[in-house]
Design a protein around this ligand. Structure first.
Ligand code: 5GP
Ligand code: MN
Length: 336
């Protein structure tokens, strides 16, 4: 393991740096990656953000987005950058499996790997770790890494601030989730002072829906929501045909699971969607209920206690049934 003094010394000279984040990046994944990117380029580093897959259109306005490489759309160039890198920053994920095929290349690269993350149970693939499960977002950790560890508060410029604000805002559900501490608000205040405009960012991220996305949401709520009161659980299940009918694109399904969780008394919500190559599950829970436990045990996934995900190669109908059959095992925790 590297210490902060050696890392600081290394970063004092321009380095070839790759920043990557988890598959299907969300606001925190892209916000923290581009926040770090906008910090590093101020010091003359050759930095590139490589996203393992595409990501929602409502993140494409982030400063630095034009310089992001999407791995699946440019494999040879990504592979070259990863192989040539001196340092690879791994942001908002805890295991190389979370970056799909890219994980093999990152694992093979001789670059130093720096993990900045807030997920449970990090795997052992890094040389330096800035990790805190109590952080509400990886963007919060990137802020502290720059300001406290690397001692560069003056390099939190407007671009860095905008990106980190976006990460914190999205992962904390607009500053509403339990990990939104006083420290988070102080960091957010500093980001606003550095130039982040909260109103503008909120508009870009949340008020940029297409009409079809809104109609898709309406259909999910009126036709696809099933409430299993016996288990305080609500599920929304969406088939491939539904996705096609509403021309659903990356990002359109984001957050829909939260509507199911907003029903009074509901402790567990699931959004189960039939993608082309697999069935994907998004789980959300309230309080102590371990949504990540279900994902880890049954659906090749994991995540946080209250927000987790997984996948299955079984048929859509089988996965929906399997999910329902699992609930009795958790009944005690669900009805308390
Ligand atoms: P979402 O439901 O928004 O896709 O994911 C919520 C959280 O669950 C993510 O922040 C991530 O921590 C976790 N997660 C989602 N999908 C997977 C997965 O396939 N594997 C693992 N290990 N975690 C996942
Ligand atoms: Mn995150």
């Amino acid at each position: 393991m590297l210490d902060i003094a050696s890392l600081t010394e290394l970063l004092a000279q321009p380095q070839k740096i790759v920043i990557t984040t988890h598959h299907k990046p969300d606001g925190d994944a892209m916000g923290s990656s581009l926040g770090l990117y906008n910090y590093l380029i101020q010091q003359g580093h050759h930095a590139k953000v490589i996203a393992p897959t595409d990501y929602p259109q409502n993140l494409s306005w982030l400063p630095g987005n034009g310089d992001v490489i999407i791995y699946t759309e440019n494999i040879p160039r990504s592979a070259q950058l990863i192989a040539d890198a001196d340092i690879i920053f791994c942001l908002d994920f805890n295991a190389l499996s979370r970056i799909n095929d890219m994980g093999i290349l990152v694992g093979e690269s001789s670059a130093l790997k720096v993990m900045i993350d807030h997920h449970l149970e990090p795997a052992d693939f890094d040389d330096y770790r800035y990790w805190d499960i109590n952080a509400c977002a990886t963007a919060q950790l990137v802020y502290k890494f720059i300001v406290k560890e690397l001692n560069h508060p003056e390099l939190i410029n407007k671009d860095v601030a905008v990106c980190l604000y976006t990460g914190i805002m999205t992962d904390s559900a607009s500053f509403s989730l339990p990990k939104t501490t006083a420290e988070v608000h102080l960091i957010v205040a500093a980001l606003i002072e550095a130039g982040a405009d909260g109103y503008y960012i909120h508009e870009q991220v949340y008020n940029d829906s297409s009409e079809s996305r809104l109609r898709f949401l309406g259909m999910c709520l009126s036709e696809k929501l099933e409430v299993l009161y016996e288990y305080n659980t609500a599920i929304i299940t969406v088939s491939k045909q539904d996705l096609e009918k509403y021309n659903v694109i990356t990002g359109d399904t984001e957050g829909i699971v939260n509507y199911a969780l907003s029903i009074s008394g509901i402790r567990l919500a699931a959004f189960i969607v039939e993608r082309t190559d697999m069935v994907k599950l998004s789980l959300r829970s309230k309080g102590e209920f371990p949504a990540n436990d279900i994902c880890k045990k049954y659906f090749n996934g994991g995540g946080h206690r209250n927000a987790a995900g997984g996948m299955s190669n079984s048929s859509f109908e089988e996965v929906v049934n399997q999910f329902k059959l699992i609930l009795p095992e958790y009944k005690k925790l669900l009805i308390q």
